[in-house]
Ligand binder design. Structure first.
Ligand SMILES: C[S@@+](CC[C@H](N)C(=O)[O-])C[C@H]1O[C@@H](n2cnc3c(N)ncnc32)[C@H](O)[C@@H]1O
Length: 280
């Protein structure tokens, strides 16, 4: 799947305006954001991109007494490796787990060491949400559990759950590059025997009450839309972790979860990103 990168530069720059624009773009379906000098880059699936978003960005900036320079370009799948490699830094989660690429040299031993092969372009904007999800998994008892990793990306969260003793992990991603990446990474990290990787979306969740733990780090709109399907796939008493949520979108996720009678059992925050945990 191809993505559009929207580059937004603000004059004068203000964090408050950048935060408002990021929230606006997340509502419009943008999945991730990278900070750049005086602005940010946003990433959206090409089929969801609408040209007129640039006018919305300019108008919001004008309302703040600022000017926004907006440009967009297509990121073709073949270029993703190079972009990903140039951005990606190792992530150490709670001093217990390190997520790194094969080209990083880190000698320090960690309890969980996950080596990822770069296949995704827009990894850096996800570092906070990946971190929050990994931190939640580290605190959770995964032993003997059946786990769903929805929007698996590189496969990192499912791999960590498997390393922590999960009996079986179903890892699903809508994007074919992510699917291939998750397959490779599960094998490379020695958990392929417990991991089933699928390319698709929530429509693949046809078995009710299958999972003890659901991991869903995607974005607000998809999480809200697909939450009833995730819910059906959870066993009674199962746990669901959400991220990919901006702080201001916490109430919207909570309302959708409450409508399903999911009980909130955890929350964590990192910069502008949130992690929420619920039980069925
Ligand atoms: C924020 S990334 C998360 C990657 C990884 N789980 C992590 O935590 O680092 C979101 C992933 O969800 C995938 N995705 C987007 N829409 C989806 C959908 N409707 N169903 C399944 N996966 C989806 C994207 O392709 C992307 O790989």
């Amino acid at each position: 799947m191809d993505y559009i990168e929207l580059k937004v530069s603000l004059t004068p720059y203000s964090q408050e305006l950048a935060d408002v624009l990021v929230a606006e773009l997340a509502d419009a379906g943008f999945e991730s954001f990278d900070d750049i000098e005086n602005g940010f880059n946003g990433y959206i699936q090409e089929n969801l991109f609408k040209d007129d978003i640039a006018n919305t960005v300019r108008q919001v900036a004008q309302d703040f007494g600022a000017t926004a320079a907006v440009a967009h370009s297509k990121i073709v799948s073949q270029n993703w490796n190079a972009v990903w490699e140039s951005n990606f830094e190792p992530i150490v989660v709670d001093d217990e787990c390190i997520l790194l690429a094969h080209f990083h040299n880190v000698d320090k031993p960690y309890k969980y060491r996950i080596v990822m092969e770069p296949k995704m372009a827009f990894g850096t904007g996800h570092h906070e949400t990946t971190y929050l999800m990994a931190s939640g998994i580290l605190k959770h008892n995964c032993a003997g559990k059946t786990v769903l990793d929805m929007g698996t990306g590189t496969g990192v969260l499912g791999i960590l759950a498997a390393m922590k003793g999960a009996k079986e992990v179903d890892a699903i991603d809508i994007d074919t590059w992510s699917y291939e990446s998750a397959l490779e990474n599960a094998a490379f990290n020695g958990v392929a025997d417990r991991t089933n990787v699928f390319c698709g979306n929530a429509a693949l969740l046809t078995t009710p009450e299958k999972y003890d733990l659901v991991l869903a780090n995607i974005n607000r709109n998809i999480l809200i839309n697909d939450m009833p399907t995730y819910y059906r796939s959870m066993k009674p008493g199962a746990t669901i972790f959400f991220s990919g949520i901006l702080l201001e979108d916490i109430p919207a996720i909570e309302v959708s979860a409450a409508a399903l009678r999911l009980k909130k059992v955890g929350e964590n925050r990192r910069n502008k990103w949130a992690f929420l945990a619920f039980e069925k």
